[in-house]
Design a protein around this ligand. Structure first.
Ligand code: C2E
Ligand code: MG
Ligand code: MG
Ligand code: MG
Length: 289
C-alpha cells in the first residue's frame, strides 16, 4: 500500500505541477497583453519623517488586476516579467508615470521607483529617467531609485556605472530591503547610495524584544555613520514606532501604520492631509511670532 500511496501522491503532485505550469503560461501571456494594453496601474505608499510625521516621499508600486484571477501581487508578476524579458518595458512605464504623478503633488514630496537587476542591462536608466523628468518637469531632487542588494551584486559593473551617473545628476539612490540579501557590506561604500531602507523583518519584533531592538539600532547606526538617510520599512504599530523613535537613529518610516499603498488620486489627498494643514499652521505661527 505504501507503493500505491506513493504512486497516488506522485500523480497528484504531477497534476499540481501541470496546473502550475499552465497557470504560469497563462499569466505570462496575459501579462504581455496587459503591458501592451497599458493595463498596469501604480499604487503609492508614503515615507514619513519620523519626528514631524510629514510625508517626504512616496514609493511607486506596480499593480496588476487580472481579468479572471483578480489582484496578482508584484512578488508574482515582477519575476515573471523578468523571465520574459518584459521588465524593462514595465520599469520605463513606471518611471514615466511616477514622474507625472509626483509633479501633481503638493510641496516638495519626492517619488521612488523600484528597479530590477535586469534593468541595468535592458535600459539606459539615466537616459530613461532624464527624459521622464523633462517631460514631467520634475527636478531630479524629487526622484529616487530603489535597488536591492541582490540586484547590485548581480550586475555589479553596470549598476555601478548607471547609479554613478544618476547620483551625479542629483537623483537619490536607496538600497532596498537592506539586511535580507548578501551580507557583503563592501559595496555600501563602493556605490553612491544616499538612503538605506532597512527591511521590515528587522522591525517586526522591536516592540518588546531587546535583541531585535538592538539589532535595528545598530543597523541604523551603520547607515547614519555612512551618512545615509535611514528608513525602516513595514512599520505596523504605534509601539514599533515609539521604540524606534526612542532607541534608534531611524529617520524615516514607511508602513501600514501610516498608510497602505494607495491609488494616485488618494495619495494626493493623503499628502495634503499629512503635510497641508499642520504645515500651514506652523508657517502662520512663525509669521505672527
Ligand atoms: P518593496 O520595494 O520592498 O516594497 C515594499 C513592499 O512592502 C510593498 O509590497 C508594500 O505594500 C509592502 N508593505 C509596506 N508597508 C508594509 C507593512 O507595514 N507591512 C507589510 N507586511 N508590508 C508592507 P508590494 O507592493 O506587494 O511589492 C512587493 C515587492 O515587489 C516590492 O518590495 C518590490 O520589490 C516589488 N515591486 C513592486 N512594484 C515594483 C515595480 O514597479 N518594479 C519592480 N522592479 N519591482 C516592484
Ligand atoms: Mg522598494
Ligand atoms: Mg523595500
Ligand atoms: Mg521589503
Amino acid at each position: 500500500t505504501a507503493k500505491a500511496e506513493g504512486k497516488g501522491r506522485s500523480q497528484i503532485f504531477h497534476g499540481q505541477m501541470d496546473i502550475d505550469y499552465h497557470y504560469r503560461q497563462q499569466l505570462k501571456a496575459d501579462l504581455r497583453e496587459a503591458v501592451a494594453k497599458d493595463q498596469l496601474t501604480l499604487a503609492f505608499q508614503p515615507l514619513l519623517d519620523i519626528s514631524s510625521r510629514r510625508v517626504v516621499s512616496c514609493e511607486a508600486l506596480a499593480r496588476w488586476t487580472h481579468p479572471q484571477f483578480g489582484t496578482v501581487p508584484p512578488a508574482t508578476f515582477i519575476p515573471l516579467a523578468e523571465e520574459m524579458g518584459l521588465i524593462s518595458e514595465i520599469t520605463s512605464w513606471v518611471i514615466r508615470h511616477a514622474a507625472v504623478e509626483c509633479s501633481r503633488w503638493a510641496g516638495e514630496v519626492a517619488v521612488a521607483v523600484n528597479v530590477s537587476a535586469r534593468d541595468f542591462r535592458g535600459l539606459d536608466l539615466p537616459v530613461v529617467i532624464e527624459d521622464a523628468l523633462r517631460e514631467a518637469q520634475l527636478p531630479p531632487g524629487r526622484f529616487e531609485v530603489e535597488v536591492t542588494e541582490t540586484a547590485v551584486i548581480e550586475e555589479r559593473d553596470l549598476a555601478s556605472t548607471a547609479l554613478g551617473r544618476l547620483a551625479a545628476r542629483g537623483i537619490a539612490i536607496a538600497l532596498d530591503d537592506f539586511g535580507t540579501g548578501y551580507s557583503s557590506l563592501s559595496y555600501l561604500n563602493a556605490l553612491p547610495f544616499s538612503k538605506l531602507k532597512i527591511d521590515r523583518s528587522f522591525v517586526v519584533e522591536v516592540d518588546g524584544n531587546a535583541r531585535a531592538l538592538s539589532l535595528l539600532a545598530n543597523v541604523a547606526r551603520l547607515g547614519r555613520d555612512l551618512d545615509l538617510v535611514v528608513v525602516a520599512e513595514g512599520v505596523e504599530t504605534e509601539a514599533q514606532l515609539e521604540a524606534m523613535l526612542e532607541h534608534t537613529g531611524v529617520q524615516q518610516v514607511q508602513g501600514y501604520l501610516f498608510s497602505r499603498p494607495l491609488p494616485s488620486r488618494d495619495i494626493a489627498e493623503l499628502i495634503k492631509r499629512f503635510n497641508g494643514r499642520g504645515a500651514e499652521q506652523v508657517l502662520r505661527k512663525r509669521k505672527r511670532g
